[in-house]
Design a binder for this molecule. Sequence first.
Ligand SMILES: C[S@@+](CC[C@H](N)C(=O)[O-])C[C@H]1O[C@@H](n2cnc3c(N)ncnc32)[C@H](O)[C@@H]1O
Length: 285
Amino acid sequence: MLSYQHGYHAGNHADIIKHLCWVAVINRLKQKNKPFNLFDTHAGAGCYRLDSEQALKTGEYQSGIARLDNIAAHDPLLQDYLAILSSYASDNQYPGSPLIASHLLREQDALHVMELHPGEFEGLKQATKRCSGAGQVHSHFRDGLAGLVALSPPKPNRGAVLIDPPYESRSEYPQVISTVKQCLKRWPQAQLLVWYPLLSERAGDKQGAAEAMCRTFAELEHNVLTIELRVTKNTPDAGMYGSGVCFINPAWQVEKLIGSALHEVVGYLGPDSDYSVAWLNNIES
Ligand SMILES: C[S@@+](CC[C@H](N)C(=O)[O-])C[C@H]1O[C@@H](n2cnc3c(N)ncnc32)[C@H](O)[C@@H]1O
């Protein structure tokens, strides 16, 4: 079942936290003059328009990225993120995770983007042709979870992975857990970022599945950190009231960079929004 299309959700609050985390991790990797490999297992179409029929139908971006339009950001990470978005805005485009990452690549770095939906993959191929960064971008029409395991460990093994499934089915949670375990066996140094939704009672048996997934990650012998952004109260009918990113092997102090950016962001997202940072496993402390 591949019915999810990110065009309906591009620019929502989940994109904000996910993409801020992704930029922070890539910026950290760039602090050393050594090459790295990035993987985006669920890449989507790569580039969107916020004036498209899809985006206008849900209007999700209006309570998300539109709230950060024309703000004078103070936080350096938030400035970097908004500068990337601005570089696409003149053509009325909005970059997804593949174009954000490619924008930041240096000549020596590589990005592997994977997508399984034929229509979204076609869009992704076109979008990656217009990539603005200097590094190499490889597009794979394949299952991103199987693809990640098959390509681990990359050479060089410095790098990071974004796992951003649609979670249309509850079975995607155990699939992500199994993939993370297999990836870490082959590539123990991998810095993994797993996005997950925060769901209210309305979600039925999916409610709590993400939190349980993160607790499973915390049992692995790796540092595990969660960063969450909530935009409404968790009332029974709220639906997706926020989302988070679970980091496995997070870069040193990356949570401080992201926390500082989110501290500024919540000021624009409404009175019920807040964020949190929690260590689920911190082996070195
Ligand atoms: C949330 S969207 C990705 C958004 C993108 N990461 C971003 O931030 O711009 C999830 C995408 O995963 C794709 N997908 C679903 N299952 C997949 C799988 N097993 N392997 C690769 N892609 C998959 C869907 O077609 C959809 O385009």
